[in-house]
Design a protein around this ligand. Structure first.
Ligand code: Z5A
Length: 214
């Protein structure tokens, strides 16, 4: 019987360096001979990517935390059923830029949607599926905002939120890291080379424990 693949997620506030460090994770898995699939949330399938666009677009009406929550989980249901589960079942590893920890941090702590509601949807949509390893890139809000401000790209709807919102998001992530052993906190305020070294060290240990070919 094929052994189920492993599910790795990357988390962090905007500007924490997820995209940059996702590359470091994937390069390391490739070097170890792990068959992996990189993906992201919200997104990862054509319909889920369309829902991502809806979530991040600016609207001439207020968008409630509950609406955001339902859009995020609609996209996740699609992604899980069409991509994540089939790949894990085939023995492939899945590396995802954000997953449900982001929902607890952004919609739960950021938008103040009751955490119990998120837990209900998590159970309904995911069943038993949870990441095996989560790298949470932690950085002070001011540092992250300086990095985002330095980028050329226009800010999306969530990136336009104020500092208080991102402070709550960070607190939410740190609270989850205390509650879940799978979440490893990486100091993403360091020089990029050092952050990548720390990320690779954690992934390397995980591969040693879980990849039968290594
Ligand atoms: N969202 C949600 O609300 N609920 C959910 O359930 C989910 C998501 C799943 C899109 O996510 C939005 O979806 C996100 C939360 C919401 N909104 N926000 N805000 P995303 O992950 O696609 O978007 P993002 O958070 O804005 O990610 P990003 O723009 O790709 O940023 P990043 O990946 O964290 O950072 P980066 O692009 O790798 O780095 C940012 C810049 O900093 C870049 O110029 C780097 O070169 C630089 N950088 C990175 N690391 C360093 C270090 N260590 N030193 C110096 N400079 C650095």
């Amino acid at each position: 019987m094929t052994r189920r693949g492993r599910f790795i997620t990357l988390e962090g506030s905007e500007g924490a360096g997820k995209s940059t460090n996702m590359d470091a994770v994937c390069d390391h898995l490739a070097a170890c001979g792990v068959d992996y699939y990189p993906t992201r949330e919200p997104g990862g399938t054509p319909m889920a990517e369309a829902l991502r666009n809806l979530l991040l677009s600016r609207w001439e009406e207020s968008v409630s935390g509950l609406s955001e929550l339902l859009v995020v989980f609609a996209a996740r249901a699609q992604h899980i059923e069409n991509e994540i589960i089939p790949r894990l079942q085939r023995g492939q590893w899945v590396v995802c830029d954000r997953f449900t920890d982001a929902t607890f941090a952004y919609q739960g702590h950021g938008r103040k949607v009751p955490l119990a509601r998120i837990e209900q949807l998590e159970t309904w949509v995911q069943g038993q599926l949870q990441p095996d390893l989560t790298l949470y890139l932690d950085v002070a809000v001011e540092v992250a905002q300086r990095r985002v401000d330095a980028r050329e790209a226009e800010k999306d709807r969530l990136e336009l939120e104020q500092r208080d919102f991102f402070t709550r998001v960070r607190e939410g992530y740190l609270q989850r890291a205390e509650q879940h052993k799978r979440i490893v906190v990486i100091n993403a305020g360091q020089e990029l080379a050092q952050v990548q070294e720390d990320v690779v060290q954690v992934v390397s240990r995980f591969v040693d424990q879980h990849h039968k070919g290594s």
